[in-house]
Design a protein around this ligand. Structure first.
Ligand SMILES: Cc1ncc(COP(=O)(O)O)c(C=O)c1O
Length: 404
């Protein structure tokens, strides 16, 4: 997503920072402790402190911090022993990372169409995608909106499948009173620059099993174990460690999060009501059972005929030109060039996937294809604007009807 900073008139720039982030970074630099490894070998303390603080925020027992949200998914899958020949069901409406992380483990992603109202994976479509090779499901809580985890976990339990929740958009979201990321085996987060908690790049995995947390940790720290000799590598692992710089900035951002989260939720409810009063606009519906959302990207779906037949690129470009940063939504995974070919990785058989070549046609993914053709998205910082500016956004969208 690339919401241009200079275009914005109606809502604040992102990221928001002050001397707290600057001082935290300066302290790390001056300390000379710039990295953080396992206890027993490590230098700095910010990463381990952040892991505890983030676990507390998300209501989980364990958290492992990593360098970005893509490898967070990969690490969770690897620690759950997903790999060669396994199929993993993923929402078709998400950022490429939800599926590229599956490819990284040598498993095969299988794309699941979405619910036209909530815009997240339609849990009623999952069962027909399950084969004897299916090993895991990755529900993506798009825009913070939770997938119906009650339904999904019942299916996972029936078919003995692992569940890795992609919570890259869902910091602070809950479903039926439980924070997302705690329903499945693990939940993964991103702290990339546009996210509601950010250090430019960064990621984390939360879970509630000590054994799984240890396995994830080992994978992201070169196969090491905590409190063991530095040059002992017990299992296959790689280096996806978070730096002390990232953790120091995140700890400062974390302190701002509760107030921002509250404001986003209040403003979102205010704006949704006003936008849905405009004929031809429909906002993402909250999954029933949700009380609080992370509110990351905020998709709206429009009826072109109500706006004089406007195309979606005309729609969001007009908004951009008038100081309301908006962007295209994620192109569905099945439509991406990389998933039109079955030669992604040497030696891996993708021929049984529900994408690739002729299979990657929109007709095979009807709901997401229609929604994508008519949806645009707003960035999360829109919900940090004051009410007057939120009203201005609504007025501007209404004015597009008159001009077309
Ligand atoms: C749904 C989703 N999953 C995973 C990621 C990957 O996160 P990162 O960019 O930190 O690697 C993103 C990034 O935007 C995302 O939107």
């Amino acid at each position: 997503m690339s919401f241009k900073q200079e275009a914005r008139k109606f809502y604040p720039k992102w990221p928001i920072y002050n001397e707290k982030e600057i001082n935290a970074l300066t302290e790390v630099i001056k300390s000379g402790e710039w990295w953080c490894g396992a206890p027993g070998a490590h230098q700095g303390n910010n990463v381990w402190a952040f892991q505890e603080e983030f676990a507390q925020l998300q209501g989980s027992k364990y958290c492992v911090a990593v360098c970005n949200g893509t490898v967070a998914i990969e690490a969770a899958l690897m620690a759950l022993n997903i790999g060669l020949g396994d199929e993993v069901i993923v929402s078709d409406y998400t950022f490429v990372a939800s599926a590229s992380a599956v490819i990284a483990t040598n498993a095969v992603p299988i794309f699941c169409d979405i619910d036209p109202n909530t815009l997240v994976m339609d849990v009623n479509n999952i069962e027909e995608l399950i084969t004897e090779r299916t090993r895991a499901i990755i529900p993506v809580h798009l825009g913070g909106n939770p997938v119906n985890m009650e339904h999904l976990m019942a299916l996972a339990s029936n078919y003995d499948l692992k569940v890795v929740e992609d919570c890259a958009h869902a910091h602070g979201s809950d479903f039926k009173g439980k924070k997302v990321g705690n329903w499945g085996d693990a939940g993964t987060f991103s702290f990339q620059a546009s996210k509601v908690l950010t250090s430019g790049e960064g990621g984390a995995i939360i879970c509630n099993s000590e054994e799984l947390a240890d396995n994830i940790y080992s994978y992201i720290d070169c196969g090491r174990k905590k409190n063991q000799y530095f040059y002992k590598h017990y299992s296959y692992g790689t280096n996806y460690r978070m730096t002390e710089y990232q953790a120091a900035v995140l700890r400062a951002q974390l302190k701002k999060f509760p107030d921002q989260h509250k404001l986003r939720n209040e403003n979102a409810l205010y704006l949704i009501k006003k936008l849905n009063d405009i004929k031809g606009i429909k906002t993402m519906e909250l999954t029933p059972g949700t009380t609080s959302l992370g509110w990351y990207v905020f998709p709206i779906v429009f009826e072109p005929k109500e706006f004089g037949g406007i195309t979606k690129s005309e729609f969001y470009k007009k908004l951009n030109r008038n100081g309301v940063p908006t962007d295209d939504c994620y192109p569905p995974l099945h439509s991406l060039d990389c998933f039109k070919t079955t030669n992604l990785k040497k030696g891996i058989d993708y021929s049984k996937a529900n994408w690739g070549g002729e299979k990657s046609i929109n007709r095979n993914f009807p709901v997401v294809s229609d929604i994508y053709s008519r949806s645009i998205e707003f960035p999360q910082e829109m919900f940090l604007a004051d009410r007057e500016n939120l009203d201005n956004v609504v007025t501007f969208i209404k004015s597009l009807k008159e001009k077309n």
